[in-house]
Design a protein around this ligand. Structure first.
Ligand code: NAD
Length: 505
């Protein structure tokens, strides 16, 4: 739809943040950002060049010299101030998320809160990063270990949580004494500059936090830069794999979180009303654009019919509309292209022979200008179908019926992804067995979206995570610091002469 000239004048220009200030990109290459509820352009974002990434990395490298030796309590105090500033501005942040991403305001606010909790965790950095000490490991010999920062850390983030996912990374990276370069998603980039402003207001020295806007050009420049020590990535699996390979080849520490297909298993003894409530929010909340969304329900034995009896009326009652209206349950998808991709999976499901119970293509909301799609539910999905195997990342739920609990476990364990999963049952023994034997990183028992809180850690298994550390919590502290162990002998020194055998103390 053509936009009026007056509207074009109000369009935000989203640039880089280098050395404590906004720096306009000189490339002239930009990408449009859309208000996904209206389809109107609301911003343009710069696509940075390799040189511009190098400027940001150079700024972070300079800042590391002083930030890395700044006393840990002073680093923590920046996090305390940041916490207050995010509380102050959380509604502004939520409105930015809703405008560019489309999710409903209450959901956007919840995502800011979940990120804020990582900032609160990072406030405890003096305790979290302190080392260990063993006196007298040998006569006159003491050993202590400490964790030191790595250098410049890069964060590359996806569109679906423009505030929360960067907050999984930069608070702990910075609190640990590193400096940081963020490359946010080009689809909803505006929160990244808000972080930069808030961190500056919180007292963070210039250069410790930088933002480069852009696409794969900026990402690859970060992955190949000799001055970047570590890379945290969250996004789709093909890109996660590329990031993991390339950054590892360039000698970096990497954690690369990828895509998902999260199963929810329903046993016949589950409370079906409560299960349907949980499933509804987990499948269609945020229009299914959550890496922990439930996209595959697996019913065991005769659980399917009672579940459908509860679920279908709830799906029919879903309120879909602009995210700015807090009465809605679900907003639009991120872009027209992504909406069309999700819609093409509905066509595919029909071709593959699954039973289409709810068709998102025919919902009234699809007649409006935004990138809306109604909820979709396929029954009788089998494990050889692409709609079951692939990540759709939309309001799209498949249902697979199996006869036994063991079959449910088997199909989940056979799946390519292993991000999150959940079981609904009243049987404690079955739930315990499920938690122990499932090959998935995050497990819910009568909890549909088991995202760990900030003092635990978030990460999937299999092709949902490349690298060996999850994000935030103690895993985050370990990722953003490296261990040094010192063995010392005072004050006598080594007087006995050289010793050529392995010391055994
Ligand atoms: P994406 O992989 O397309 O993009 C993620 C980031 O990588 C963006 O910053 C993007 O600019 C950059 N990028 C894209 N293509 C690239 C390329 N070819 N080379 C280098 N960089 C590239 O992901 P998205 O569409 O923004 O986000 C949705 C995906 O993220 C879903 O697959 C979802 O499951 C996943 N996700 C996973 C988690 C998790 O914790 N595992 C959390 C959130 C989202």
């Amino acid at each position: 739809m053509a936009q009026k000239a007056s509207e074009l004048n109000t369009i935000r220009q989203v640039h880089n943040w280098i050395d404590g200030k906004v720096v306009e990109s000189a490339t002239g290459r930009t990408t449009d950002v859309f208000d996904s509820a209206t389809g109107k352009r609301c911003a343009t974002v710069a696509m940075s060049s390799v040189d511009e990434v190098a400027q940001a990395v150079a700024s972070a490298k300079r800042a590391f010299e002083t930030w890395s030796v700044t006393p840990v309590l002073r680093r923590a105090r920046v996090m305390f101030r940041l916490q207050e500033l995010i509380e102050r501005d959380k509604h502004e942040l939520a409105a930015l998320i809703t405008e560019e991403h489309g999710k409903v305001l209450h959901d956007a606010l919840g995502s800011v809160q979940r990120g804020l909790e990582v900032v609160e965790f990072a406030c405890g950095i003096p305790h979290l990063i302190k080392g260990e000490f063993s006196p007298q490991v040998g006569t006159g010999v003491d050993t202590y270990s400490l964790r030191q920062p790595l250098g410049v850390c890069a964060g590359i983030t996806p569109f679906n949580f423009p505030a929360m996912v960067p907050m999984w990374m930069f608070p702990l990276a910075i609190a640990c004494g590193n400096t940081f370069v963020l490359k946010p998603s080009e689809k909803d980039p505006s929160c990244s500059l808000k972080w930069a402003e808030l961190l500056k207001e919180a007292g963070l020295p210039d250069g410790v936090f930088n933002v480069v806007q852009g696409d794969h050009v900026a990402v690859n420049a970060l992955l190949e830069s000799p001055d970047v020590a570590a890379v945290s990535f969250v996004g789709s699996t093909p890109v996660a794999e590329h990031v993991y390979r390339t950054a590892s080849e360039h000698g970096k520490r990497v954690q690369a979180l990828g895509g998902a297909k999260n199963h929810l298993v329903v046993l016949p003894d589950a409370d079906m009303a409560k299960t349907a409530d949980a499933l509804l929010g987990a499948a269609y909340g945020s229009a299914g654009e959550r890496c922990m969304a439930i996209s595959a329900v697996v019913t065991v034995g005769d659980a399917a019919e009672p579940l459908l009896k509860e679920l279908l009326p709830r799906i029919a009652a879903l309120r879909i509309g602009p995210g700015s209206d807090n009465n809605n349950d679900m907003g639009p998808l991120i872009t027209a292209e992504h909406r069309d991709k999700v819609r093409s999976y509905i066509d595919l499901g029909e071709e593959e022979g699954a039973t289409l119970l709810v068709d998102g293509r025919t919902h009234e909301i699809t007649k409006s200008d935004g990138y809306f799609l109604g909820p979709t539910l396929f029954d009788n999905t089998t494990t050889d179908m692409r709609i079951y195997k692939e990540e759709v990342f939309g309001p799209f739920l498949t249902m697979t019926r199996v006869d036994t609990f063991d079959e449910a476990i088997q199909i989940i364990n056979d799946h390519e992804f292993g991000n999150g999963t959940s079981i609904f049952t009243r049987d404690g023994d079955a739930a315990r067995e499920f938690a122990n034997s499932i090959l998935v990183g995050m497990v819910g028992i009568n909890v549909p979206i088991p995202v760990p809180l900030a003092f635990h850690s978030f990460g999937g298994w299999k092709r949902s995570l490349f690298g060996d550390t999850s994000v935030y919590g103690m895993e985050g502290v370990r990722f953003y610091s490296r261990l040094k162990t010192v063995t010392s002998r005072w004050p006598a020194g080594i007087r006995a002469g050289a010793d050529f055998s392995m010391p055994t103390m």
